[in-house]
Design a protein. Structure first.
Length: 132
């Protein structure tokens, strides 16, 4: 699916279904759900991406336990913010990207690729808010 976002989304959906049926642990499932949402965002299917990302946020929340922050939660929120931005809901996207960074920075570090993506989404939202 190299460079083919719709094909990547289809493959990610297939992988997700396999993980859900084949594994007793949920770590692989939450990662597959996040990747599926990311694939949908990349293909421009923001409505389906938002649904998949909301599902991955719920899955990540169920794994938090006593933890305050989670890289899975941050990644899920990043995809949710990207989907909401794509749908034109800048306020919700800004709220989600703030929460994403609150989870990503302490768990993955400020120089991680996910933090860089989240910062890019935030800068894009800020630019739109300034009317650029």
């Amino acid at each position: 699916a190299n460079g083919d976002a719709p094909q990547a989304a289809a493959l990610a959906e297939h992988a997700l279904r396999m993980f859900e049926m084949a594994t007793t642990t949920r770590a692989g499932v939450v990662q597959a759900k996040i990747f599926y949402a990311r694939s949908l965002n990349a293909s421009g299917n923001f409505s389906a991406a938002a649904t998949a990302a909301e599902d991955s946020v719920g899955e990540a929340a169920s794994r938090l336990g006593d933890l305050q922050h989670s890289s899975f939660m941050g990644q899920a929120l990043l995809e949710l913010a990207a989907a909401k931005q794509g749908l034109g809901d800048a306020k919700a996207a800004r709220d989600d990207i703030t929460r994403a960074l609150e989870n990503l920075s302490p768990t993955l570090g400020p120089r991680s690729s996910d933090v860089a993506r989240a910062e890019a989404v935030r800068h894009s939202l800020d630019a739109v808010a300034r009317g650029r």
